[in-house]
Design a protein. Structure first.
Ligand SMILES: [Zn+2]
Length: 140
């Protein structure tokens, strides 16, 4: 038996193996925040950190949370967010998840590589995807 045949056999074998999946995009996970209740107030502990994962300014994300939770609040030192209301972590994370879905993830390709852009109209904003180029209006 010749060496050549053996190699041909190997080549044949490798050709039959399934091709490696080239899809590298891991599913983006919305960050989860830790919540601390202090009397009638709520502190979101790792707020700034969560915002940086979303590539959004804490000011923008907090504005969304104040509106959705219908309470005022303020950004605090140490990357925390103070909410003037009592919320469980599930409630805060639900809203953060909503922000993630509506203002971060591209509705076309599902990637988080997006940025918000003003349309020039009053309250007009679009979500522009850097991965696939899709432009989608954002609900304010
Ligand atoms: Zn996209």
């Amino acid at each position: 038996m010749s060496n050549y045949n053996y190699e041909a056999l190997l080549d044949n074998l490798y050709a039959k193996l399934p091709k490696k999946n080239t899809f590298t995009g891991e599913r983006f996970e919305c960050p989860i925040v830790e919540v601390l209740n202090q009397g009638s107030k709520t502190i979101v502990k790792n707020f700034e950190n969560a915002c940086s994962k979303l590539r959004r300014k804490p000011e923008e994300v907090s504005k969304f949370l104040f509106k959705e939770l219908a309470v005022p609040g303020e950004l605090q030192q140490g990357g925390r967010l103070l909410l003037h209301g009592k919320f469980r972590d599930k409630q805060v994370n639900e809203k953060l998840n909503l922000y993630c879905k509506t203002q971060v993830l591209c509705s076309q390709c599902g990637k988080p590589d997006t940025h918000l852009q003003s349309t020039g109209e009053r309250h007009g904003k679009v979500l522009k995807c850097e991965a696939c180029g899709a432009v989608n209006p954002v609900r304010e």
